[in-house]
Design a protein around this ligand. Structure first.
Ligand code: C2E
Ligand code: MG
Ligand code: MG
Ligand code: MG
Length: 280
């Protein structure tokens, strides 16, 4: 009876795996179609200076609304594309859209910086830098106003190709950001190796600082460490005024989160920015 049960369990899990593979194969081809047909869009979440309270830039975030399945989580879309070695098609789609939209903000606010999420896998792709250069040149977008946020889904600190790519990006004048710091593979070694201009402290630590002493201690120490390395500290997932106040006391430079704004269309973001003469 045990053997029969084991057999049945095996069969069920095997069917699930088969289903999953079919689902993933189909979703990848649907993603390709969606990208071609502009079923995929980009939302922008403001990055706010904690010293001035002004929006200093925005992060571009992928948005896919499937005609029958509805909204699909961007993290899932990215994981799917990564598994098939196709994350570059997302990166460059978002980059193109983001640069067109960010131009509108940049025209009025010359300090405006656009942040794009890239995958660690992009950094291993030989064609990544040349394609990036080509797109930026085609848009005539100032490189100094572009930030690439890197999430390490796998440890990359000892990868030579990755280090070379990051150095090339730095030489181009692009800014690099360590995303989701504190989670996953983001070790101290990683922080030391990445020539980043900013480090974003993961939401899972930031959201607790008003209520949890340990989170407050961790975030405080993270900010000090980021500063001692000469980098800018950015807090993610800021949802309350109290968290803003604490981050300001801790010397955190910038923040992002629902307290300021959800990710929105560029029109809505521009409406939130000061009118008239640009304030630095
Ligand atoms: P991320 O880069 O860390 O982006 C921040 C995520 O936190 C976004 O989720 C954003 O909507 C959400 N968020 C912002 N403020 C708050 C808040 O106050 N509270 C809460 N609960 N959440 C907040 P989203 O858009 O679902 O994206 C999830 C992840 O998917 C991103 O995390 C990023 O790693 C990835 N992703 C999104 N777009 C792209 C893309 O174009 N390329 C790549 N490679 N990855 C992307
Ligand atoms: Mg990000
Ligand atoms: Mg991320
Ligand atoms: Mg993040």
């Amino acid at each position: 009876e045990d053997a029969a049960r084991a057999g049945r369990v095996f069969l069920v899990s095997e069917m699930r795996v088969a289903d999953d593979i079919a689902w993933r194969g189909q979703m990848l081809s649907e993603l390709e179609t969606a990208l071609r047909n502009d079923e995929v869009g980009v939302a922008f979440q403001p990055k706010v200076s904690l010293s001035t309270g002004l929006i200093v830039g925005a992060e571009a975030l992928l948005r896919w609304t499937h005609p029958t399945r509805g909204k699909i989580e961007p993290a899932k879309v990215v994981a799917l594309a990564e598994e098939h070695g196709r994350v570059g098609m997302i990166t460059f789609f978002v980059l193109n859209h983001a640069l067109v939209q960010a131009r509108r903000a940049l025209d009025r606010f010359p300090y405006f910086r656009i942040a794009i999420n890239i995958s660690a896998l992009d950094l291993r792709d030989r064609l990544f830098v040349p394609q990036l250069e080509q797109i930026i040149a085609a848009h005539r977008f100032p490189v100094a106003n572009i930030i690439l946020e890197i999430t390490e889904t796998a440890p990359i600190e000892n990868d030579e190709a990755v280090s070379r790519t990051m150095q090339e990006l730095k030489r181009m004048g692009i800014k690099l950001s360590v995303d989701d710091f504190g989670m996953g593979h983001a070790s101290l070694e990683y922080l030391r190796r990445i020539p980043a201009d900013e480090v974003k402290i993961d939401r899972s630590f930031v959201s607790g600082i008003a209520t949890c002493e340990e989170d407050r201690a961790l975030v405080g120490s993270a900010i000090q460490m980021i500063h001692s390395l000469g980098r800018t500290a950015v807090a993610e997932g800021v949802e309350t005024a109290r968290v803003v106040e604490l981050l300001r006391e801790m010397g955190c430079e910038e923040a992002q989160g629902y307290h300021f704004s959800h990710p929105v269309a560029m029109d809505d973001l521009l409406a939130q920015m000061p009118r008239g003469a640009a304030a630095a």
